[in-house]
Every structure is written in C-alpha cells, then in structure tokens.
Design a protein around this ligand. Structure first.
Ligand SMILES: [Fe+2]
Ligand SMILES: [Fe+2]
Length: 214
C-alpha cells in the first residue's frame, strides 16, 4: 500500500510537472500583478524596435529557464519548506514571463522558438542543484539571480531610452530578481565553488546569444 502510495505520488508529481512545463512553453502565462509597463506605446524606429524585441525575447527565454530551474529544484528539494519556497518563487516569475510576452506582442515579434529546450535543460540543472542539497540549491538561486540582474542591467543600456514600456518591465524584473537573490541568501544559500558560476555563465551565454535571434 505504501509502495502504491509512493508510486501514485510520483506519477502525480510527473503529471503536475508536465502540466507546469506545458503551461510555461505554450504561451499561457497569466500575470497576477499588474503589468509595470504603464506608459503610452512609444514610437520606435525599426532599428529600436528590433533591439527591444531581441532584448525582450532573451528576457522571456530567461524566464522560461527560470521556470524550469525552480520547478526542477522544487522536484528534488530535500526540505518541504524549501520546495514550497521554490514553487512560490516560480509563481512570481510567471508575472515576468507574461509581461515579456505581452511586450513582444506589442513589438510585433515572437518568443524564442527553442522554449521547450530552454525549459528542459534548466529543469535538469535545477533538479541536480536540488538533489545536491538545499544550501547548494539556494546558492544556485542566488547566483542565477545575480547573473540575471547583470543581464537586465545590460539590456537597460541597449533598449532605447524612448522605449519606456520595455524599460519599465526590465526595471521591475530587476527589483524582483534582487529580492529573490536576497531571500535565497538569508535562507542559507551556500557560495558555489568557482567552476559552477563559470559554467552557469557559459550556459547563460549560449541561451542569450541564441534566443536573441531564434
Ligand atoms: Fe524573473
Ligand atoms: Fe527571480
């Protein structure tokens, strides 16, 4: 009976994860908080529009990856409280996903065609981090969020000053990611050994470079 219960719970978990993956990559993200892009639609030149679309597509792909990471970490978390925290964080990241997607539609562009690939790769990385132990998993969150913050800052340098709608979204995301990093650190995040952040930067580079175009 216990074995059956464990199996049921495992399969239910698989179905829930499959559902989360589908919702993430199938453009069904619905924001809970209001969209921070409150200013009027700006008039952009074709080149400004292209740069904004590239940045927002990279941000959207990053948020797909964030969903995969958090869900992967929740999947293998040792402590149920950490699992719950990861799922809560994933929920807040859904807002980012929805805001980026809305802005891409406004810019008459598309999300990355490799969304499923970003999700699956990140899920596996998250699951490994969660399996390694909660303090490492939290360390992984803190490092990821710091890297995302650096990316967002660089996007503020690229996106035209007149594209206030994209900038409002990026600025709000920066604020949220900074809070996620602080929460992970105060919850007991360990500092990752040097090769790990370097490897993470390399993986992020592959994703951001590819998602800029496809
Ligand atoms: Fe995010
Ligand atoms: Fe975050």
């Amino acid at each position: 009976m216990n074995t059956l219960n464990r199996q049921r719970s495992f399969f239910e978990n698989c179905i829930l994860q499959f559902d989360a993956a589908l919702k993430t990559v199938a453009h069904s993200a619905v924001a809970i908080r209001p969209n921070p892009a409150q200013s009027a639609l700006p008039a952009l030149t074709p080149s400004e529009k292209r740069v904004s679309a590239q940045c927002m597509r990279v941000n959207h792909a990053g948020e797909i990856a964030a969903q995969g990471l958090y869900q992967g970490q929740a999947w293998s978390a040792h402590d149920p409280a950490i699992r719950e925290k990861m799922q809560e964080a994933a929920l807040e990241e859904v807002d980012h996903l929805a805001w980026c997607e809305t802005r891409l539609i406004e810019l008459e562009s598309h999300t990355s065609y490799l969304a499923l690939f970003w999700y699956m790769g990140s899920f596996m990385m998250g699951a490994i981090a969660g399996w390694a132990g909660d303090k490492w998993s939290l360390g992984f969150v803190a490092e990821t969020e710091h890297q995302v913050m650096r990316h967002l800052n660089s996007h503020l340098d690229c996106v035209a000053v007149v594209d206030t709608r994209s900038r409002e979204i990026i600025e709000k995301m920066y604020e949220d990611e900074s809070r996620h990093a602080t929460h992970a650190l105060t919850a007991g995040a360990a500092t990752l050994p040097k090769p790990i952040p370097t490897l993470m930067r390399f993986m992020a580079k592959v994703m951001t470079t590819t998602a800029r175009w496809i």
